[in-house]
Structures are given as structure tokens and as C-alpha cells.
Design a binder for this molecule. Sequence first.
Ligand code: ARG
Length: 492
Amino acid sequence: MRNDVVRRGRLTGERSGEMMHFLSSMEADRHLADADVLVDIAHVMMLHKQRIIEPGTTKDLLSTLLRLYDDGIPESVFGEQFEDIHAGIESFLIEGSGEETGGRLHSGRSRNDEVAACLRIRIREDILRQLSILCRLRGVLLSLAADHQGTVMPGFTHFQHAQPTTLAHYLLSYEQAFSRDFERLMEAFPRVNRSPLGAAAFASTGFPVNREYTADLLGFDGVIGNTMDAVASRDFALEVLADLSLLMVTVSRLCEDLILWSSAFIRFVSLDDAFCSTSSIMPQKKNPDSAEIMRAKTGSVLGAFMTSAAIVKALPMSYNRDLQELTPSLIRGVQDAKHTTGLLADMLASASFDTGRMREEAGRGNATATDLADMLVRRFGFPFRTAHSIVGRAVQKGDLILANLDEAAIEITGSSLSSRGLSAPDIAASLDVDTSLQEKRATGGPAKVAVAAALEDRKKQLALDRDLLEKRKEQISASITALIREARRIAS
Ligand code: ARG
């Protein structure tokens, strides 16, 4: 089909297939094509409203565009003889309706404001999808946490047994982290959702365009005022990729735990077979491959951010073709994050946790030594550092038994603990894992009451976030429905 209508005036000569492939953004533009049809429809409606084009032209243009909207874009529009989807669709209109009509589509605009609008429309949809998945992931974590309030397990620092906690407490920590990812993306949304249309190449246009009208038609929250900034900036994309990078860094940590917990050394979790692979040589193997790929996808998303930031860095004002090269990374980043987090939710929901193994390990490695030190402070009025030294010295000697504690206390304070009335049962009581847990009642701690309160809190927050998201989705889909309805009315 057709030649690139943009090129034919100024430039001559055939380009090699390799050159056209190199220059064309068509591959990545497949992800922008649906958005481009909407942008074209809104632009034509604005040209019509402002009487920049005749009613007959409007009808012709809108009917063709609505056909693309209803039936999809024919494959020929995606040919690499076009530099991009914008040129492809314009050529399609010119070929279909003739230049007298199709040639008027691009009045008062440039591909520079057009592509920025398409990217913003595409990315706002990706944000909404990502936010839905985050809500689902958080929901899975909350319901697992509700089931595991009584599942005692060791908590680690430096990957050494540190203090007892519960699986619920652990899962709530990730739910809380993912709620911040939700917050960040939600906050990015209004900065993404602004219209660059009407900026044209960068200097706007002498046609009496109505920027607010196209912004409104497309469900944008408003226009990007300065028209240079409108075409030149991609910080909206970098912000989303940065937010997704942070999200994925958290995902990678959770996956790392699941991978370690799957090993025979630890055996805290068994991932559903669907998420595992085996070995082509070692028939006994069940490997947590999905969690490993998820961990690796973090690198891809971080890479997408780095690539994109490096492309924008030091570009002179305003539009530069370099910006085209950002689109594939942006799309890759949002898709990797979306698939990873969605599958992570399913993987967690189907995992089985070995609660017996967790309990077995909960008290290992003197995990309640801090509780013993705290007890010495409360009972004998020692400064915490003194109690800490006594218990530490006793551990150096061996087990946390009265004889070792006495020896340690004499070395450090000059007198024994038994002489002050400390007995072996007192020690055993303060080293008890369940007692230790139930004392951690402060807000956000692992005690049953604290976890139950946190669960209630987090459920409420999730419900609020879901409402907020629904409102955003409805607002966008209502705008697009209204846009299409109005376009049909004008076209008929
Ligand atoms: N395909 C380009 C992009 O993705 C948009 C077109 C702008 N081209 C131009 N030569 N000004 O950024």
C-alpha cells in the first residue's frame, strides 16, 4: 500500500529496506495504534468545532476513522514504508477519501504532539491495569495473612535467625510495600494524563485550535500548558518506569525469599507445580523457575528505565527523533511489570506453606535472647546495654542456661543473677517463643492483637484504593464512550 505521504514533498530518492526499518517506529507503534485512532477522532472533532474544516470533510474523515475504531486497523497500515503509525493512518485516509479530504486530517498538528498524546493514552491504560493487578496481589497477601496469623516462623536479619515472628506479619510487610507502589503509580496518573495536543511541532499553530476541547474529549485531566514542554518532555514515562522499577525491586526480594524457602535446607514453602520446572537430566528436581524469572524481570524493568532515561538525557529542546527510541523500552517495562506481578499473585495464592517447619525453626539460634535481655532490664533495673552484654557473654559460653548467665553476670557486673533471685524457670519463660511473640503488641508488631488490628486497617485501605481506582477507570471509559458517541453523531 501507498507511499509515505509525509516524505514526498521535500525528499526524493528511494530508501533501502534496511534504512526504512531502522527509521520506522512501526513495530513499537502497534502498541500506540488504538490510541492514535482516538487521537485522530478527537482532533477531527476539534477541527470541526473550530470550523477549521468543512462539515462534509468532517463526516468523511470521521466515518473512516470510526471504521478503523470498529473493525480494527488493516495490516497494510503497519507497513514499514511508513515512518510510523501516524503516517500510516494518514496515508490510509488519503488513499480512502482522496487528498482533498484525507489531506486535511493533519491540519494544525504535528506527529510530535500526536505521538506524545498516544503515549500518554497508552500509558494511562497500563497504569490502570497495573493498579488493578496490585490490588489483586495485595488481596492475596491479605487473605494469606488472615489464614496465617498463628503461623509462627523465624524472622531473619542478615539471613540469620533473628527473632520469632509470624507468617502473617511477614506477608503484611509486603502488602504494605505494594500499597506504596499503588500510591506512587496513582500519584503519577494525573501527571501522565495531560494533553499535549495543539502543541503541534512545538510552537503550537496559527489555526484557531481548541486545546482544552481535545483534552476533554480524550479524558485528559487538562492540557500541558507550555507547548515546547508538551512535545519535548518524557518525564511522565520515566516517572512510571521509575515507579515500576521500585515495585519490581520489592517483587525481586519476595521472589528471592520464595526461592530460598523452596530449598531443602529451609523447606518453608512448596510452590505449585505449575510454577516450577524440572531438570532435563536430574529427574528428581523441582525448581522454582517462575520465581527466578520474576526476579530476573526486575533487571529488565530497571533496564527499561535506564535505557529511557539515557535516551532523554541531554537532548536539546524540543522534540528530537531520539524520543522515538524510548517507546519500545517503555512498553517492555510496563508489560514485564504487569505480567510479573499478575503471575506473582497467582503463585502466592497457590503456594503451600509448611507451618510445621516454620515453627521448628522459630526459636532456633537463640532467637529469643533479646526477650531475655529485656526481662533482665525489667526485673533488675539493668541498663539495656548491661543486660545485652550479660546475655551475649552467656551465648559465647554456650546455651542460655542459668549457669552460663550467672558466670556472665559475675564477669560483667561482679555478682550473679541467681543471687538476685533469678531461677531456671524464669529463664525458660522469657525464652518461650509464643510469649515473646505475644509481647510484641506495639502497632505493626507480630503479636496476634497487633496483626489482627493491622489486617483490619489494611483491608480498609485496600477497599479505599479499589474505589479510587474504579473511579479513575470509570472516568476514562466514560470519556471514551462519550467521544465515540459524539463522533458517530457528527458523522451520521
Ligand atoms: N515516530 C515518531 C516518534 O515516535 C513520531 C514522529 C515525529 N517525527 C518527526 N520526524 N518529527 O517519536
